[in-house]
Design a protein around this ligand. Structure first.
Ligand code: KIV
Length: 264
């Protein structure tokens, strides 16, 4: 496939074709995911959980992220590489620029930050410096200690309005993409329709512009999978077949199904 760029992703949104994103941490799985048609490889700070064995993403460093981004870059075959800025690496504008530069130099095409409207200035400054940003809203795992656990966000009307307004303000500030985690399906659908930029969901129901899963969840390696996870190894004979089944299910609108989402 030709190299996936932001223009490609905007075109997919405009045509109503679902975008397929999957986490990736090494060269071998990056190449296998590309062969299966994954369009965006997310070097997620979930590597703190699934690779490093921590119980949260908080211990992950910029050096860890740069290392895995470089590994993914070497296996990448045309996907867009999105890398997470880890906990406390974008608390100031200077930190955000420095941390993002490290990930872009390692091979990322875009960086992801967790937060809300307070990130507008950061996103604007990154865009001014040639760094596209994806903002992760809703359940933001780096803030688990503030949120009081891994819970669905935006269930009451006031918080839902706040999230909708934040999404549009971030887009206005220059965010190139939005990602919604554990957000009621109707709210995620409304944000996706209102935003011009692509909106990717995880635990956000069937009406976002695309979908992401953690690789290890897709492969059935999580002993306590969340409600929004589907084990794509079931009924498949190989890892490659499981990755292809995921891509197909997202493109066909079969995954996520309504039962993978949350109500308001
Ligand atoms: O770190 C990660 O893998 C993520 C996904 C859960 C979206 O941010």
């Amino acid at each position: 496939m030709p190299d996936v760029t932001l223009t490609t992703l905007r075109g997919l949104k405009e045509r109503g074709e679902k975008i397929v994103m999957l986490t990736s941490y090494d060269a071998t799985f990056a190449a296998a995911s590309c062969a299966a048609g994954v369009e965006v490889l997310l070097v997620g700070d979930s590597l703190g959980n699934v690779l490093q064995g921590h119980d949260s993403t908080l211990p992950v460093s910029v050096a860890d992220m740069a290392y895995h981004t470089a590994c993914v870059k070497r296996g990448n075959r045309g996907a867009l590489v999105l890398a997470d800025l880890p906990f406390m690496s974008y608390a100031t504008l200077e930190q955000a620029l420095e941390s993002s530069a490290a990930l872009m130099r390692a091979g990322a095409h875009m960086v992801k930050l967790e937060g809300s409207a307070w990130l507008c200035e950061t996103v604007r400054r990154l865009a001014d410096n040639g760094i596209p940003a994806c903002v992760h809203l809703g359940l933001t795992p780096q803030s688990v200690n503030v949120l009081g656990g891994y819970k669905v966000q935006g269930r009451d009307e006031a918080r839902a309005r706040e999230m909708r307004e934040a999404a549009l303000a971030l887009e206005e500030a220059g965010a190139a993409m939005l990602l919604l985690e554990c957000v009621p399906s109707p709210l995620a659908g409304a944000i996706s329709r209102a935003a011009r930029v692509p909106v990717i969901g995880i635990g956000a129901g069937p009406d976002t512009d695309g979908q992401v899963l953690v690789l290890h969840d897709l492969l059935g390696l999580n002993p306590r999978p969340a409600k929004f996870v589907r084990n794509f190894m079931t009924g498949q004979g190989s890892l490659q077949d499981a990755l292809a089944a995921y891509t197909r299910a997202v493109k066909d609108g079969q995954f996520p199904a309504p039962e993978h989402g949350f109500s308001a």
